[in-house]
Design a protein around this ligand. Structure first.
Ligand code: FEO
Length: 392
């Protein structure tokens, strides 16, 4: 166990090997951690558990440190299996422990374990005294599951925020003041962009609500990655910024290509943007890590998406990317489509339509050329980049 603050201890697991999360959906190049916390006041409180592959290690650690039978209550902030997955190991030893969770949390726990345990349902503002400290609960519904909850430990004034403010980041230290802040922010933003973006309107409201509660937050301890010990509100402010159509003023040109014709067009469009002093990045969607790519698109102000046509559609990397952009509700960016074609040429119209459906503002008609673009056609690509830049 590692001391977090006063009588709050970290009792989680660091997963240095993790490279994919949510099945195979999300890349986690820097591993992750499953942060469980133990509060040793007059009552001994366990807040969250760890992912089930680590259940034996976790239970053994708790047994050695405090004895599972000595745990007086459990708070399950969120029952996704990376946090609630080891609950059964604790309940096997101490089956009557009161479990504090939201109403949705109790339903979710029942659906995972098919057990009727001693559930105590809490709502925002409910308080439980555990001795010198009080636990104050704040519902975090859909940030990012229906059951999500945060627990504020009044006394040490630590907010145990679960997934909110977390990062998939196995780090040198448990605290933000002792790690590489560039790595930390990269992972915090990647987490937000890939997991939390669909809930941005709720996050904005929730942050306003939390600020309104005037909790004297001295530390924010999420359930993945490092604890915000130095200036903890910095990540709350960042979330507030990210939740409101965040962009950094540059353009992402994303393409897939079979024989480099579409790639050549992408490079010419980039020249056009540069001519007007607008910065851009180029990504070949077929060879770029999908989660990293979505993180970049989250930051961009404009998306220019290209593919050649194959089988009356765009290439598969672009079709699936457009689906993810829509599902993540990445919207309110400027968009345009381009690409090469051989005979039927549907890809560019499909891309434009999908961008529109995702909530992008289309500012250029699709630009398409047959087979390899000529010098004159590449000039038209440059002009398209220039016009796009002018509208940004
Ligand atoms: Fe870290 Fe929603 O699981």
């Amino acid at each position: 166990m590692i001391k977090v603050k006063d009588n709050i201890y970290w009792t989680g697991v660091i997963d240095w090997e993790l490279r994919e999360f949510h099945g195979h959906e999300l890349s986690t190049h820097k591993g992750s951690s499953y942060n469980s916390y133990l509060i040793r006041d007059k009552k001994t409180v366990l807040v969250d558990t760890v992912w089930y592959p680590y259940k034996d290690l976790f239970a053994q650690k708790l047994e050695n440190e405090v004895g599972i039978k000595n745990i007086d209550l459990i708070v399950i902030n969120h029952m996704e299996p990376d946090h609630g997955g080891s609950l059964e190991e604790i309940m096997k030893v101490n089956p009557d422990i009161p479990i504090y969770c939201t109403k949705n949390g109790a339903e979710t726990i029942k659906r995972h374990f098919h057990k009727e345990w001693n559930f105590n349902i809490v709502k925002t503002g409910d308080t439980v005294n555990i001795g010198d400290y009080d636990l104050v609960f704040v519902e975090m519904q859909m940030i990012h599951w229906p059951d999500s909850l945060a627990t504020f430990v009044k006394g040490p004034n630590v907010l145990l925020s679960n997934d909110a403010f977390g990062q998939h980041y196995a780090a040198l230290s448990l605290f933000n003041d002792s790690v590489d802040s560039c790595e930390l922010y990269q992972e915090a933003l990647k987490y937000y962009a890939n997991i939390l973006t669909p809930f941005s309107p709720l996050i904005k409201k929730k942050i306003e609500e939390i600020k309104g509660l005037n909790l004297p937050i001295e530390m924010i301890a999420p359930s993945h990655g490092v604890i915000w010990r130095d200036n903890p509100m910095q990540i709350v402010e960042k979330y507030y910024e990210w939740s409101q159509n965040y962009n950094e003023g540059w353009v992402a040109i994303v393409y897939d290509t079979m024989y480099d014709a579409t790639k050549t067009m992408a490079e010419a469009i980039a020249d056009g943007l540069h001519n007007k002093n607008v910065k851009c990045k180029l990504f070949n969607a077929a060879v770029t890590d999908r989660s990293d790519l979505l993180t970049e698109l989250f930051k961009a102000s404009g998306l220019i998406v290209g593919s050649c046509t194959v089988n009356n559609a765009a290439l598969s990397s672009i079709m699936s990317l457009l689906d993810e952009i829509k599902a993540l509700r990445l919207k309110n960016k400027m968009g345009a489509a381009f690409g090469s074609y051989g005979w039927s040429g549907e890809a560019q119209k499909i891309i434009q339509q999908r961008l529109q459906e995702a909530g992008m503002k289309i500012v250029e008609e699709p630009l398409q050329f047959k087979y390899r673009p000529t010098k004159d056609e590449l000039d038209q690509c440059i002009q398209m980049g220039e016009r796009f830049a002018g509208k940004l």
